[in-house]
Design a protein. Sequence first.
Length: 229
Amino acid sequence: MDYATRRAARLTGRAPRVDKHEGHECAVDGCSRTCRAMSRYCLRHASAFYRTRNPTGRLPRVQEINPYRDRAAYALDVYGLGEHPAIVAAEQTLERMIASPGAVPERYAKHWRRLNEGGATGRGMLLNILAVYGLRYVGVRDVFTDDAVHFTCLGSRWLRTVPLGWYRTSGGKLEQVRLPGLLAEEVGRALASKIGGLAILFWNRVEQIDAERAAEAMTIREALERNPL
Ligand SMILES: [Zn+2]
């Protein structure tokens, strides 16, 4: 029996052995681990790629994003930006989107329904979007390794406006539902095309107002220094 026949007999009708090492070196610079079969990355970098869409990517923690969420909420309420027609329209668009999934593929539609049934508001969803843009365009932009990681984070934060929930494993253990990076990235790109431009203009305006306020405070302080009360 020749090699091809023996190999075919061994493989036919079986699941591919994706856990078997192929022997190549991982495609990430400086990583010399062996590739997972059918992948250009080793196990560690393949799993980072699965979650973040970049083999060396990292999704920012909620604690890193939250300050920008608070700052956006403050600007919407106190600076009156929440009444701007474009902000109102964006909130309505998001609410309409999750209320009627229409012909959206089921892998997204099930999340739209989850958000809608979980009581996600237009303001809540918009704040999660603005927060990610704040971290990127006002805060530490290098937190995002590249655009793919940014979109993945955007989709992920928005989809978590209502918690993803839990599922029971075959062993009976309760585990948090995982969110594949690819799904988050696709959702993030869709959100960016709808709301991204507005989010960038929003932060530009917030920075402008903050600068004006800081300048006013400085003028008062300087006047006091010249002529103490
Ligand atoms: Zn690697």
